[in-house]
Design a protein around this ligand. Structure first.
Ligand SMILES: [Zn+2]
Length: 479
């Protein structure tokens, strides 16, 4: 029996976030966490449906923008890994080695990221300028032997449903334009699809992906006040093309290394959305990514079944016309149990229809996001697509408010601890020097300077050295 409908598990108050998070994943049928391999989890049917739906959205988005999907093997030959020492240095202790054959020889590594698998092939594919740009992406698993505490979808040893875009360009300018488009992709997936506002920040160079010349990183604000790194778009410059020998011959005979961009994200999208929108009853899914947007629950009394189901058919016809994803829950259990099941699973709208509603030519409409229930005339059902859009907008604006209210501007170093211990994010002017950065970040244990604001409005004095500054640094505790 697949554990799909076990929704009577107890869910803690969300203020106890850690416990709440695991309970929701289990009760809503997202993951089974009992698989006996640390940091690896089983996707359950409903969870996988949500994740695949999101993946379908990024497939559509990327392919409509000319990116092509590819697949590279999960095992990376060791000599590919060693082509970039700086990269391999960062991963070799957190890597899974693949040993095979009777002599137990190490054959390769389970890929921690895609570069060492993909770039040796790019090197073979690029000969002339006409071979560029290469614009590809794949959705795969990545493997990290995490030594910190693992957490489903947040810190996994197998990171599933992970997309990576890897592009190579003839010129620096073209690469920068590509990076800008990736930023738009990420913004679309966060804000438009998941109703999630995020911190989009610039990373100081020493914190970028090894060899990168710049990066936009995305951070989500979790309910416990910590921030979670949630994807990045990296300008690799020519660092990787030089390591992997990806170059082309110019018309004058000289050689030019390709300019490269890589962008990745995956399951953490879902972790952030669950954490942001969920409540004490379970999941709350944004309508645009909910695999089931509306659930229809008939309230049946003996002898009146036919009447009710006739009306259900009319409702279904309207929802079909509106292209709404719906599910008719005709199970032989009490309506209360059904209500509970779909609330835990976060279905945005529930339509209840009983014999009295049939007589009054109406249905009851319950919205999961604000837990409100009201009647709706049958003749108004065609407005349900607008109801879903309203929910989507309200969810984004509620999340946005929480994010904005969590940021506090500080002008003195000793104010940082107070803000962070208050489960908020401290923002301050910073001169850009590593020395000052280290000084500001080290005021509390587990603090992270997670980047500088991309949208700068003003300038002031560095919170550490008081020199004139034009960058605004964020500090918080992080995952
Ligand atoms: Zn300074």
């Amino acid at each position: 029996m697949v554990k799909e409908d076990s929704t009577y598990e107890k869910i803690s108050d969300k203020s106890n976030f850690s416990e709440w998070y695991n309970q929701v994943l289990s009760a809503a049928g997202i993951l089974d966490m009992s698989y006996d391999m640390k940091g690896m989890f089983v996707w359950l049917p409903y969870g996988l449906k949500i994740m695949r739906f999101l993946q379908h959205k990024w497939d559509e988005l990327f392919q409509n923008n000319g990116l092509q999907e590819v697949y590279f093997p999960q095992i990376v030959p060791l000599h590919y890994c060693e082509m970039n020492e700086a990269w391999w240095e960062g991963f070799k202790d957190e890597g899974y080695k693949v040993i095979a054959g009777s002599d137990n020889k190490v054959q390769g590594a389970l890929r921690p990221t895609g570069e060492p698998a993909i770039y040796p092939l790019y090197s073979q594919w690029v000969r002339t300028r006409n071979d560029l740009p290469i614009r590809m992406y794949e959705t795969v698993s990545s493997f990290r032997y995490e030594t910190k505490q693992t957490r489903p979808l947040i810190r996994d040893r197998e990171i599933t449903n992970w997309f990576e875009i890897h592009t190579a360009h003839a010129t620096k300018e073209e690469a920068v334009r590509e990076l800008d488009s990736h930023v738009k992709f990420m913004d679309y997936l966060y804000e438009e699809m998941l109703a999630l506002p995020v911190f989009r920040v610039n990373k100081p160079l020493w914190e970028c992906f090894p060899g990168a010349v710049g990066a936009y990183e995305y951070y989500s604000l979790m309910p416990d006040g910590k921030v979670m790194e949630n994807g990045s778009a990296n300008n690799l410059g020519q660092a990787y093309s030089k390591k992997f020998n990806i170059k082309y011959k110019k018309e004058n005979g000289s050689e030019e290394f390709a300019w490269m961009i890589c962008t990745g994200n995956g399951g953490r999208f879902l972790a952030a959305a669950i954490s942001e929108h969920g409540d004490n009853k379970g999941l709350v899914l944004p309508p645009r990514v909910a695999p089931i947007q509306i659930v229809i629950v008939p309230i049946i009394f003996k002898g009146k079944e036919e009447k009710v189901y006739k009306t259900v058919d009319k409702i279904k016809a309207v929802l079909d016309d509106l292209k709404i994803r719906y599910y008719l829950d005709a199970r032989d259990i009490t309506p209360g149990r059904k209500f509970n099941d779909w609330e835990v699973k976060g279905v945005p709208v529930r339509i209840e229809i009983g014999p009295k509603d049939v007589e009054k030519k109406q249905v009851m409409v319950y919205t999961r996001f604000d837990a409100k229930k009201k009647s709706m005339k049958m003749s108004e059902l065609k407005k349900l697509d607008k109801v879903l859009e309203e929910i989507q907008k309200s969810m984004l604006s509620k999340a946005n408010k929480r994010l904005q209210n969590s940021i506090r501007f500080v002008t003195k170093k000793n104010e940082i601890t107070k803000v962070v211990e208050d489960k908020q994010v401290a923002k301050m002017y910073w001169c850009g020097e590593k020395k000052c950065y280290d000084e500001l970040v080290s005021v509390g244990e587990g603090y992270e300077g997670f980047g500088t604001s991309v949208e700068l409005q003003s300038s002031g004095c560095c919170c550490a050295c008081s020199k004139p500054s034009h960058e605004e640094l964020f500090i918080a505790k992080s995952y």
